[in-house]
Design a protein around this ligand. Structure first.
Ligand SMILES: [Zn+2]
Length: 357
């Protein structure tokens, strides 16, 4: 088996013995990922004459997305009372009206406001994609009832954003659970849900893509290492995943995730300057070959210090003049322009050859 197909198909994830406590493959568990900051497979495809193109003659694309894990603080009543007297552990984020108003009945937390987030995005002319959890009370990481987000979802849609499903801890490898979350979510949004990312980027190479295909999702955008930004399988182009069991490409489209905010904060532990440096480097590599720069930024990371960084990151990206698109629009573009089909025939040539990465 050649190196390229092993990297592209994430061969090392099968039977990975170095997964973390959430079953996720890590960057250092992959033998083919030493070049994590280079889109090595996309580079090869590009070198074979493949030239992606975008509306308005833009040279590459940018997809911004948000996983909505938190809309409420969900703090204990004792802490809410204490915070009235400035003694809360959440003191820095408190304001009197909010605290007083949520003393008995919790209200959505202003710092996590999606309207605020969308206003920031719109100041950069960005339409983005919001992935919502669809959990029931008592489930792991339950934070909000989907029935209460109807107005927010409608507002975000009116403002030309895309709405997708953020599967919970139990969904990524369980078709019944994923279907239940999808149906509950669709009963609120009133439309078919075609876009997906799993919470915690939990992903099973054997089942996630197949389950999503069966449930008629058009694309997934979970595929990235939680512990390191970059190009997990050497791709910065949307692609049809390769399945080693069937020895065939799958119908679903993967929009690979290149940068998640939490990866910088909790795993790589970089400072703001280092974060911007890495983003510039990855962006340059994506732009050079007409790829899609995907960025996940959580709505709970837009307060205070993180807001400054967020705006700086958006400035760095938009300055490069990408086609700014929601996830579904970029996937549809690649389908309609036959880019996925052309790419696949080049990949077949590469996989049949013996070149090394
Ligand atoms: Zn999440």
């Amino acid at each position: 088996m050649n190196k390229q197909i092993k990297l592209y198909g994430a061969f090392d994830d099968y039977g990975d013995k170095l997964v973390d406590q959430y079953g996720r493959s890590r960057m250092f568990g992959g033998s083919e990922t030493s070049n994590i900051f280079s889109p090595v497979i996309s580079n090869m495809i590009f070198a074979k004459g493949f030239k992606p193109f975008y509306p308005n003659n833009k040279s590459f694309a940018f997809c911004l997305s948000h996983d909505i894990d938190l809309l409420y603080l969900r703090r204990p009543v004792k802490d809410r009372v204490l915070s009235l007297f400035g003694k809360s552990t959440y003191k820095s984020a408190d304001n009197f009206n909010y605290v007083y108003g949520s003393l008995f009945k919790e209200k959505p937390y202003p710092a996590f406001s999606l309207k605020k987030l969308d206003n920031i995005n719109k100041s950069w002319d960005i339409n983005s994609t919001y992935y919502f959890l669809s959990l029931q009370e008592g489930e792991q990481d339950y934070n909000y009832n989907v029935n209460t987000i109807r107005d927010t979802v409608n507002l975000l849609k009116e403002r030309k954003n895309e709405i997708g499903l953020h599967g919970g801890h139990q969904a990524y490898n369980n078709i019944e659970k994923l279907n239940q979350e999808k149906e509950l979510f669709e009963s609120v949004t009133g439309s078919n849900c075609v876009g997906y990312r799993n919470h915690y980027l939990r992903f099973d190479i054997n089942s996630t893509w197949k389950i999503l295909t069966k449930l008629k999702f058009q694309y997934d955008t979970t595929f990235g290492y939680p512990d390191c930004v970059g190009f997990k399988n050497g791709m910065c182009y949307p692609f049809h995943p390769y399945d080693f069991k069937q020895q065939a490409f799958l119908e679903i489209v993967e929009l690979p995730l290149i940068v998640m905010d939490a990866t910088f904060f909790f795993y790589m532990r970089l400072n703001d300057e280092q974060i911007k440096m890495i983003i510039k480097d990855l962006l340059k590599k994506v732009k050079a070959i007409g790829g899609v720069f995907t960025l996940l930024w959580h709505n709970n990371n837009i307060s205070e210090k993180n807001l400054k960084l967020y705006n700086e990151v958006l400035e760095i990206i938009t300055k490069e003049d990408p086609w700014i698109s929601t996830s579904i629009d970029i996937v549809n573009w690649w389908k309609q322009q036959d880019l996925l089909t052309k790419q696949q025939s080049i990949l077949n040539d590469i996989f049949a050859g013996q070149q090394s990465v």
